[in-house]
Design a binder for this molecule. Sequence first.
Ligand code: UFG
Length: 325
Amino acid sequence: VPLRVVVTGGAGYIGSHVVKMLVKSGLEVLILDNLSTTSGENLRFGKFEKVDLGKEERIFQIFSSYKPQAVMHFAAYIVVPESIEKPFKYYYNNVGNTLRLLSAMQRAQVKNFIFSSSAAVYGIPKEVPVKEEADLNPISPYGESKAMVEKILKDMAMAKEINYISLRYFNVAGADPEGELGPSYNQPTHLILRALKTAKGELPYLEIYGTDYPTPDGTCIRDYIHVMDLAKAHLLALDYLLSKGESLVLNCGYGKGYSVREVINTAQKVTAINFEVRETKRRPGDPPVLIADNTRICKILNFQPEYDDLELIIKHTWAWEQKKR
Ligand code: UFG
């Protein structure tokens, strides 16, 4: 019998890429998603049930009848500045609904959990590349919501209530190289996507949020990881969890950073369009530099990046955006 996995947020950008990879590897997938922040255009693989994670009884029923071996939990709000404006919205969904999900899992005796965490748990790291054992000092309610869930999972694992792997994503970008999936946000906020929307003429100009950061060119530095490599990391994590039953926290990044200006230059090169760029003030909640130390995931999961190339990441995203034109 094939393994059965429930994927919350499986209609979204990252979740849908993972679902495709799981299905292609012969697993059975049930997506639970309320389609609140995604277009739904990525619902192409797996089974789907439209449901809100606030509905604990319904989720419990689903787990009881479907009997998944594991749950992958992508569903969450992810916009850092919005979380500063609307903290309750973030805590209610990202923490509250995760607790309801965990409760439904416990009641249905589903033990294995893969959690979408974020580099935002680190806040402004004292050292970069940042290691998993670094202090967690989030500087936004979004980051705080992820750190809170991690703490809950850690305590639950200690008491053997759950086995989990928490994957701390750095900046996820790119699209399915086969062109079937890509970023599917109703409201794109991410740098690469906004740059490409500007190249397409959907945005009048691209803003750089802050040019006075303590970095070589004054703009923020991020570790951009291709969504296909991140998806692969989830499959490796699932394998590990089901075979070893041991909990882990792992950074997901390449260990290499690019500044906002470098990303924009690459986007202009890939698209061959010199779209307009305007420098503006800092955006709240942005750490100057975020780069992963990925030693742990490379070692423990034998993770080997295949798309470790900013130009390729932008090319794949551009191909997806052009297809949607
Ligand atoms: N940026 C711009 N102009 C834009 C968009 C972004 O200058 O139009 C800048 C941001 O200020 C930041 C950098 O580009 O310095 C990257 O911003 P993104 O919005 O693309 O990504 P973030 O680093 O803010 O956040 C992403 C995810 C979060 C996650 C975080 C952790 O959205 O969920 O990575 O690394 F927590």
